[in-house]
Ligand binder design. Structure first.
Ligand SMILES: *Cc1c(COP(=O)(O)O)cnc(C)c1O
Length: 443
């Protein structure tokens, strides 16, 4: 990796100076393009998403048995979409802005199996790997009823193979629980910010949890090295995996269907703004890709990051992508938003998606806690701190007059807009832990 000339960066990019000062900033991408112009850079298309969607459908009968909590939805791992009008009022009064249109929350926080957005990508990648192994061994055909995987025979088969991953917590939860259920032996390399209860829960599922005193980047590197020593071990690469990305992208068509059921229109006169908390980028990037394929140019995706970990904004804004880490500038990557505590963004996601993303903003930990308390108060919905990063989005966009003008949104269209905040985690936070989050929110 080349060394970064930080002095030159500070001179060339005034915004980088603000990032270093840990200011809350927003940046709306002046080079955002139409879907048809941006799509070639993604290198994936509609048929890739369809393939992922079909694979998840094949596994649904298995999931419905293996995880009874998914049976009510026939083994489809999907979350609710709810309107949060009281929170909208609270944001408007708190920040003195008018948020034109309606405010909705996508409750990936309450996805079954692992209680976070990682139940999309993480589980999907494990299933993809398992399917490939079983097909190659002649034990499975795609036309089979996959509930046959819920058997001693298959568990014994998968036991010969191992899976490894590096994580700040939630990816490890998804991959650990799913892999262990299928029968794999699985190691999760956890960074220092991973919560104790997540490690305990994984161990109770028989997962080998390896703990590090360093951050996510180190946990991933160590996981990768461990995996390389063992030819039967499959390393899930959160920084570069297209499989993970596609697992997330299936959310697009699912949201489109949920909108149709609710009678919510998305078109030129009814823009959709989606606010996505960003760590390494795979989750929000994959979801944004799926949303773009589902809604075309009428959906506007905006990424949210902690002021202490603005890796995607830094990488995209400077054009250096994964060639720079926030630590290169002396930013510490220490945040209460453990799901977002990533210092170096995915190079794949930034390069693939930068033309299709409308903007990025940062917010402080204090603000995430404050929003956590306000959402609990106004809507009785409890999330983990990371999942509140998107909640400032409607305020940031409502204030961004030059962006709104440049994009030609008129007042009428904004009145009919939908703001969708992607709640990425928190559904499985233990009561005592949630209590301490709420106490911090009250300070
Ligand atoms: C992982 C995670 C994210 C972001 O996903 P990335 O793929 O790391 O960008 C956001 N919120 C929560 C709660 C997460 O666990």
């Amino acid at each position: 990796m080349t060394t970064v000339d930080t002095q030159k960066l500070l001179n060339d990019f005034p915004l980088v100076r603000q990032l270093v000062n840990l200011e809350e900033v927003s940046w709306f991408n002046p080079a955002v393009t139409r879907l048809e112009d941006g799509l070639p850079y993604v290198g994936l298309n509609e048929s890739d998403i369809r393939d992922a969607s079909e694979r998840l459908a094949r596994f649904a009968p298995y999931l419905a048995i293996a995880f009874p909590e998914t049976a009510a939805n026939n083994g489809v791992i999907e979350s609710e979409l709810v309107e949060i009008p009281n929170m909208k009022n609270r944001l408007e009064s708190e920040y003195g802005v008018t948020i034109a249109g309606q405010l909705l929350l996508k409750k990936d926080s309450h996805l079954p199996i692992s209680g976070s957005i990682k139940a999309r990508g993480g589980i999907y990648e494990v299933l993809t790997h398992a399917e490939q192994l079983a097909i190659n061994a002649g034990m499975l055909k795609t036309s089979d009823d996959y509930s046959k995987l819920y058997s001693h025979e298959f568990r014994e088969f998968f036991k010969q193979y191992s899976i490894a991953v590096g994580s700040t917590g939630n990816l490890g939860m998804s991959i650990g629980i799913m892999s262990a259920k299928l029968g794999f032996s699985v190691s999760v390399h956890m960074s220092a910010d991973a919560r104790q209860w997540k490690k305990d829960k994984l161990r109770s599922h028989g997962v080998n949890v390896v703990e590090y005193e360093q951050d996510y980047g180190v946990a991933v590197e160590q996981g990768r090295k461990e995996a390389e020593k063992d030819p039967s071990c499959f390393f899930i690469d959160d920084e570069n995996s297209k499989t993970l990305f596609l697992g997330y992208s299936v959310a697009g068509e699912r949201v489109k269907k949920q909108f149709e059921e609710k009678g919510i229109v998305v078109d030129k006169n009814h823009p959709l703004f989606v606010y996505l908390p960003c760590g390494v980028g795979g989750g929000p990037g994959g979801v944004a890709f799926g949303l773009k394929m589902a809604f075309g140019d009428h959906v506007h995706c905006i990424f949210a990051e902690p002021t202490h970990s603005p890796c995607m904004l830094l990488g995209v804004h400077t054009g250096l992508h994964d060639g720079i880490a926030v630590q290169d500038l002396g930013i510490d990557n220490i945040t209460a938003a453990d799901g977002l505590a990533v210092g170096r963004a995915s190079g794949f996601v930034g390069r693939a998606m930068e033309r299709l993303l409308d903007g990025y903003y940062t917010l402080s930990d204090e603000r995430m806690y404050q929003l956590l308390g306000q959402l609990s108060q106004t809507e009785d919905i409890q999330l983990e701190p990371s999942a509140l990063a998107g909640m400032m989005g409607p305020v940031v966009v409502s204030r961004a007059q030059s962006y709104l003008t440049r994009m030609n949104f008129d007042a009428k269209a904004m009145e009919q807009a939908t703001h969708l905040v992607w709640a990425t985690g928190g559904g499985m936070v233990p009561a005592q832990e949630m209590e301490s989050y709420l106490n911090k929110a009250a300070i």
